[in-house]
Design a protein around this ligand. Structure first.
Ligand code: ARG
Length: 589
């Protein structure tokens, strides 16, 4: 469906053309004086110079031509030359009615369907997820869903950190603890056990222990580096052990991400890039792009227009080891060759901005991507505690994601039990989880990603204000009215829209009508916060209408059915929106 604002602009353009002025002047925007009008057009002001006329004269001419418009109920030319607009109720109703019958509420398929790869999550194997991983998962999942909803082919890749020193550290510690394992016996040439020689909790203890030791003891660190090298150069026992570490860890990660309603299509990792590196490095050398600098192999990426210093991108260290940038470049090559990507999107902390700037420039210079391939790094800000400092546990440590989710769910449970004593324990627990997730996700997504935000459990779990629970509360409220309507004999399949009966209903319809434009824009800008802002306004418009309108006791059945149609559409739109944000609504709360 054509966007609502475009239709309105089209009508205004007709008015300008009919009055003898250039069509393009008829661009309409949402009013910035909602007390005076719904929409406005400032084209007469812009046309004054061109036509050597007072803007108010142009505005008057246009207004006269639009006197019988099917779109505008009022076109007021006001000094010095603004056009203040109000829409016809019938026009608004017709648009919303059509929207309710259309696939995706009138959101059209994109002109060009893109293959988009989103790299998010980025957890490191053998380390538990902590709050630092929350933003990547939550924002990445939402961008994936928004792009998919818009009709693109989207692949989400978790891109595990599974290849670095942490692997060598774990192997070193295991070797100390269980030297008798066959993985450490160079002479062993049988089948290795299928069962891992550790559990996930052991793994989670082994890694920090090993990491601590390596900081104190240079010999230990040396051993870990050696083990890393041995693993990377293909030692059979180490590879087998490494597979166990990955399997045990990935099973646990999957469980944790599932609790967040986050799902990846690909579970690839840095290690998958490894076999691609040697050939890529050769190509970089052969093309002359990569050169030696202080023993290392680097690619210069600075450009004349840079306003700050952009250091060369290091491809290989002087000892020949590949780095973070090297794996990312090889991964780009892989994603281009195997996924034919048109767009590569990365979500990490914004402190990695320089890394991605360098990687993207090398990828372009080396022709790893097509000239038209987009590469976008979405760097997010820090999640802070109420003290304004990075979020920590009460003891000052890094908070595990599991515990953060548990704390939110407990608080949500407390609130539910307080307001709904009648709800059975088990349902209350389940509901707390569902609402808790909305609190966490909405609390994050409603901020522009690049900004830091304060993780405030009290605020996020509140049923009032700009929060996830408020949105869910609105949906649940609508569900209960729809249920009541059906209990009283109403049929949800036999509804037809009516002209809005009052100002708050019209306002709600105008909000609904903005859906397709909002969703397209949220995709183009990879901006979930736009979806949040939209549903917050929509929920507010709905609640205002609801408080002013007696729906269930309405005696005019046609009018009642018209209102129910509006409610049903509002609910469906809200649900589509929270689905792309990555959470859902309970049946009741
Ligand atoms: N594992 C990395 C980290 O913990 C994040 C990976 C992000 N993705 C990427 N392709 N570099 O910082």
């Amino acid at each position: 469906m054509k966007k609502f604002l475009e239709l309105i602009s089209d009508e205004m353009k007709k008015g300008f053309a009919q009055a003898g002025y250039e069509e393009e002047l008829g661009r309409v925007t949402v009013s910035n004086r909602p007390d005076l009008c719904e929409y406005q057009c400032n084209g007469a002001m812009a046309g004054a110079k061109k036509y050597h006329k007072a803007p108010i004269m142009i505005a008057n001419d246009v207004a006269a031509c639009l006197a019988d418009s099917e779109v505008f109920a009022e076109v007021n030319a006001v000094a010095p030359g603004f056009l203040n607009l109000k829409l016809k109720n019938s026009f608004v109703k017709a648009y919303v009615a059509k929207m309710s019958q259309s696939d995706k509420f009138g959101l059209e398929a994109p002109e060009k369907v893109k293959n988009i790869v989103i790299d998010y999550g980025g957890p490191n194997v053998a380390k538990p997820l902590h709050v630092g991983h929350l933003r990547s998962a939550v924002i990445g999942e939402s961008i994936k869903r928004i792009c998919r909803y818009n009709g693109h082919n989207v692949i989400g890749d978790v891109h595990l950190g599974d290849w670095g020193l942490q692997m060598g550290l774990i192997i070193t510690e295991l070797k100390l603890r269980k030297p008798e394992l066959p993985y450490f016996d160079e002479a062993f040439d049988g089948e290795y056990p299928t069962e891992a020689p550790f559990t996930v909790s052991e793994l989670e203890e082994i890694y920090p222990t090993a990491s601590g030791k390596s900081k104190e003891d240079p010999a230990y660190k040396e051993a870990a580096l050696e083990a890393t090298l041995k693993l990377q150069s293909g030692n059979r026992g180490y590879r087998a052990l490494w597979k166990h570490i990955i399997n045990v860890s990935v099973a646990d990660l999957k469980k944790n991400y599932a609790n967040l309603n986050v799902e990846f299509d690909l579970w690839k990792g840095e290690s998958d890039a490894d076999p691609i590196i040697p050939g890529m490095v050769e190509d970089l050398k052969a093309s002359g792009l990569a050169h030696e600098s202080e023993g290392a192999l680097v690619v210069d990426v600075k450009e004349e227009t840079d306003t700050k210093e952009i250091p060369p991108c290091i491809i290989l260290k002087s000892d020949g080891a590949a780095l973070y940038a090297t794996t990312d470049l090889a991964t780009i090559k892989d994603r281009m060759e195997n996924l034919n990507a048109d767009s590569l999107i990365y979500l990490t902390d914004k402190r990695q901005e320089m890394h991605f700037l360098q990687v993207f420039r090398v990828a372009r210079k080396a022709g790893l991507v097509k000239p038209e391939t987009e590469m976008k790094h979405i760097g997010f800000g820090t999640m802070n505690g109420k003290d304004g400092k990075p979020f920590k546990t009460r003891e000052g440590g890094v908070m595990r994601l599991e515990y953060l989710i548990r704390d939110i769910n407990d608080e949500m449970y407390r609130k539910i039990v307080e307001s709904r004593q009648d709800m059975p324990e088990e349902e209350a627990r389940e509901t707390a989880k569902v609402i808790g997730l909305s609190a966490i996700k909405y609390g994050d997504l409603s901020n522009q990603a690049s900004k830091d935000y304060i993780f405030d459990i009290d605020r996020f779990t509140s049923f009032e204000g700009d929060t996830g629970p408020y949105i869910l509360y609105t949906i649940v409220r609508i569900k209960s009215i729809l249920n009541r309507y059906q209990e009283l004999g109403g049929n949800l399949d036999a509804l037809s829209f009516m002209d809005p009966a009052n100002a708050s209903e019209k306002d709600l319809l105008l909000q609904l009508a903005g859906f397709n434009a909002m969703m397209e824009n949220a995709c183009a800008e990879a901006a979930p916060h736009k979806v949040c802002a939209y549903i917050y306004d929509l929920a507010n418009a709905f609640n205002k209408f609801y408080h002013e309108t007696k729906i269930i006791s309405e005696e005019n059945k046609e009018q009642q059915a018209g209102w129910i149609a509006v409610l049903l559409l509002t609910k469906n739109v809200l649900e589509a929106c929270i689905d792309v944000l990555g959470f859902e609504a309970p049946e009741r709360m």
